[in-house]
Ligand binder design. Structure first.
Ligand SMILES: Nc1nc2c(c(=O)[nH]1)N[C@H]1C(S)=C(S)[C@@H](COP(=O)(O)O)O[C@H]1N2
Ligand SMILES: [Mo]
Length: 410
């Protein structure tokens, strides 16, 4: 196979008379020096930018795909229902989204630092094509900072921005991913030049001082990413829970050993949830009306399932839940197999006061209207007297303080 000759790294030459610059500008002697050409470190070179770019490209693609999974699980498109198995699929995809996203922060900062001298290039626009290219880079950088920034603020439960996080994060993802694809196509030649497809492609030559500088830099960036991953992964991966010092929620920490996102007090359901007159109503066009007291629910066959709450904010923790199978109750009410069920909470307002359960989830024997958690009646903050818990489902859809099931035709 032919091996391409190594082109000199334009940034590392640092001199306008270098062949690289002369070739690219065509008339070296008449071009004035610019600030951008004074950054002579190998770390501002094309090779470092290409490698970091490849890793960022992989990371953003994973975030895009796992983000879409999360979005469409929460907003099913209508023509497709999400499967209830494997039980922990959402725990995995959302853990990857959030923990991977956090671990990308050092990588993104490193890449921006590597290429920031380009900001000082003069003139800013050499041609209409160049202007469009820079506009695209602006979108890419702004989109990346926006996604990572709002994502971090969201998992820290801090909403200093005037828009709704979920909608903005979702739509910006398309802009960012589109810009990323065009950028990758545009820069592919550079990637080919610096990122070998296999080890056979590596030139056999002694390592230079620049190579060592670059290696040290890559190792530091990798260590920073690894450290972030190690100190957050435990929020979803229980064996590492004790290391998750950067995670806002941790398995094992909370009432009955489980974290709480929205407390009963915050949801304003405290009194209603402990009312001895509480009843669970089943209604809807395609079901017989039922109304059950807590004692009546407790008298039905009780089942136990070990299932995680997997929050969209990345944390995930398992509990042992017991209660009545949703399908047992719906069959009692005569619900047809294709029916959809809206689960309603005692909570008055709030975005998550209801959720819809599609057939794959309500048919699943693990889907429960839970009355107990880890051997005790549900804590008020976990949805006393009754909450929904189902496999492979985002936490926002595991409705707490359930009071009504509305069964509708598909
Ligand atoms: N009624 C109601 N149910 C709700 C919520 C809510 O705000 N209101 N929050 C959901 C979210 S975002 C999560 S992650 C889980 C958390 O359950 P837990 O507090 O028992 O761990 O409950 C879900 N159920
Ligand atoms: Mo959540």
């Amino acid at each position: 196979m032919l091996r391409r000759p190594r082109t000199p790294d334009r940034r590392t030459t640092g001199r306008l008379n270098s062949p690289g610059i002369r070739r690219s500008l065509g008339r070296a002697s008449t071009v004035p020096a610019t600030v951008g050409d004074r950054f002579t470190s190998a770390l501002h070179g094309e090779r470092v930018a290409a490698w970091l770019g490849v890793w960022l490209g992989i990371s953003f693609t994973v975030a895009f795909v796992t983000g879409l999974i999360s979005h469409f699980m929460q907003h099913p498109p209508g023509w497709a229902a999400w499967p209830a198995r494997p039980v922990g699929l959402y725990r995995f995809t959302q853990g990857l989204h959030v923990i991977g996203g956090l671990a990308t922060v050092p990588l993104l900062l490193a890449k921006l630092w590597t290429v920031y001298p380009k900001l000082w290039r003069w003139p800013p626009f050499r041609s209409p094509r160049h202007a469009v290219g820079r506009g695209l880079i602006f979108l890419l950088v702004a989109g990346a900072l926006f996604q990572v920034g709002t994502g971090v603020l969201n998992i820290a439960y801090w909403y200093p921005f005037p828009f709704f996080f979920t909608t903005a994060h979702y739509w910006t993802a398309y802009v960012l991913f589109g810009a990323l694809l065009i950028h990758a196509a545009d820069e592919w030649a550079k990637v080919r030049r610096h990122v070998p497809g296999g080890s056979l492609d590596r030139p056999l030559r002694p390592r230079s001082a620049e190579d060592r500088t670059r290696r040290g830099f890559f190792a530091s960036v990798a260590a920073a990413c690894g450290l972030v991953a190690l100190t957050t992964a435990g929020e979803a991966f229980t064996p590492l829970a004790r290391l998750a010092v950067l995670a806002p929620r941790r398995p094992g920490v909370g009432p009955q050993g489980l974290p709480v996102n929205k407390s009963a007090a915050a949801a304003g359901v405290t009194a209603a949830a402990v009312d001895p007159g509480w009843r669970l109503a089943v209604t809807g066009d395609v079901a017989r009306e039922l109304s059950l007291s807590l004692a009546e629910l407790q008298a039905l066959p009780q089942r136990t399932a070990r299932l995680p709450i997997s929050c969209v904010e990345g944390w995930s923790a398992e509990g042992t839940w017991s209660g009545v199978r949703l399908r047992d109750l719906l069959r009692r009410a005569g619900a047809p197999d294709g029916a959809r069920v809206r689960v309603e909470s005692l909570e008055r307002g709030g975005r998550y006061r209801t959720s819809t359960v599609d057939p794959p989830h309500w048919h699943d024997p693990l889907t429960l209207l839970a009355l107990r958690l880890n051997g005790e009646p549900l804590d008020l903050d976990h949805g006393r007297p009754c909450r929904l818990i189902a496999p492979n489902r985002p936490g926002v859809l595991q409705t707490k303080w359930v009071t009504r099931l509305v069964v509708t035709a598909p």
